[in-house]
Design a protein around this ligand. Structure first.
Ligand code: Q46
Ligand code: ZN
Ligand code: ZN
Length: 329
């Protein structure tokens, strides 16, 4: 097995590209794919201040490392959100902190339990929402807020090709027009929301894992224990089976959608702009008196009072189920 570029011994085969690569050229391939995505979708400009949503897993740490290694002058900080999911969160936080401290990088941290009085397992139960729903809502809200407060040019997430294709697959199976309209690797800034970019959309998760191993990045290998039963995992497994039979299909599915079908759904985009007000509790954009996150905090407090001895900020809220930002997971 020889590297396609230099003919030295290869360390990885990438079936999608029908090629093998040595360490140096695999790392270069990953960086080149990120540059290609950034340019194709006009995600970032040289010198941008970028906030990376860091989970401690392979994708977000690879993304942070790649953005810094491109030499395009990006100023990249990380944001770690403590979800309070037992040992999984403890270990995730350790990986994120170690990555940052080893490299002298700035890692911001928000801890759900100490700062907002609930964690995902207890809060979801109390709010009667599936864990991933409360978690997704909390992440969107707190990442947006941190990017806004820190005046970053963009918020970058580590969603890779496997993630995006699986979400697309799920949305196509149910013809979720509104979500399909928003399923782009970049969402422009506006109405109080930061620009959101997904620079890893041209890399699969096997590639981000290999990138981390080759770059000596120690990441959280365990999957979140609350993911069990998550539909997204089923869609991923189905696409993995298709990809094993026919390498390149996942890429063709996702990029074919962006090239040839995404525009067809534009009209179904729900405008989050006009009429958007400000949350009376936290000051974030909201289409009601209080934003969805603050409603979640209020509902999650039901259980919190029994389980945690923390100060509770009381706000008058309506307990509706309306989404305030329209951003799917
Ligand atoms: S962390 Fe949160 Fe994921 Fe765990 S609770 Fe679900 S959404 S599975 S990426
Ligand atoms: Zn090589
Ligand atoms: Zn709010």
């Amino acid at each position: 097995m020889k590297c396609r570029v230099c003919r030295h011994p290869a360390v990885i085969d990438v079936r999608r590209h029908n090629a093998n690569f040595c360490e140096e050229h695999f790392v270069k391939l990953c960086r080149d794919q990120v540059v290609k995505a950034i340019k194709a979708f006009d995600m970032l400009s040289p010198g941008d201040r970028v906030l990376v949503a860091v989970s401690g897993g392979k994708d977000s740490l690879a993304l942070w490392d790649i953005l810094l290694g491109l030499g395009l002058g990006y100023e990249v900080d990380g944001l770690y959100l403590g979800l309070g999911i037992g040992e999984y969160s403890e270990a995730s936080g350790r990986h994120a902190r170690k990555f940052a401290s080893d490299r002298g990088l700035r890692l911001l941290e928000v801890d759900l339990r100490s700062e907002h009085g609930f964690d995902i397992p207890n809060g979801s139960r109390a709010a009667k929402r599936p864990p991933c729903s409360s978690c997704g809502l909390s992440k969107r809200h707190l990442f947006d807020q941190a990017a806004r407060d820190g005046d970053y040019d963009a918020l970058a997430t580590g969603h890779n090709l496997d993630d995006e294709a699986a979400v697309l697959f799920g949305n196509v199976l149910r013809w979720e027009g509104e979500y399909l309209a928003r399923q782009m690797p970049v969402l422009p800034a506006g109405n109080g929301f930061p620009r959101k970019v997904k620079p890893l959309v041209r890399l699969g998760e096997r590639e981000t894992a290999a990138y981390c191993v080759l770059r000596g990045i120690d990441y959280q290998v365990e999957e979140c224990p609350m993911a069990e039963g998550n539909r997204h995992l089923g869609y991923k497994a189905a696409l993995n089976a298709v990809e094993a039979q026919s390498p390149g299909t996942r890429h063709a599915f996702y990029f074919g959608f962006l090239d040839r079908a995404a525009d067809l759904f534009r009209g179904q985009m729900v405008e989050v702009g006009p009429g958007l007000g400000t949350c009376a509790s936290c000051g974030s954009p909201a289409n009601g008196e209080v934003c969805a996150f603050c409603r979640l905090v209020e509902r999650a407090s039901g259980e919190r009072e029994h389980t945690h001895d923390v100060a509770v900020r009381r706000v008058p809220v309506r307990l509706g189920s309306r989404r305030d930002d329209g951003v799917p997971e």
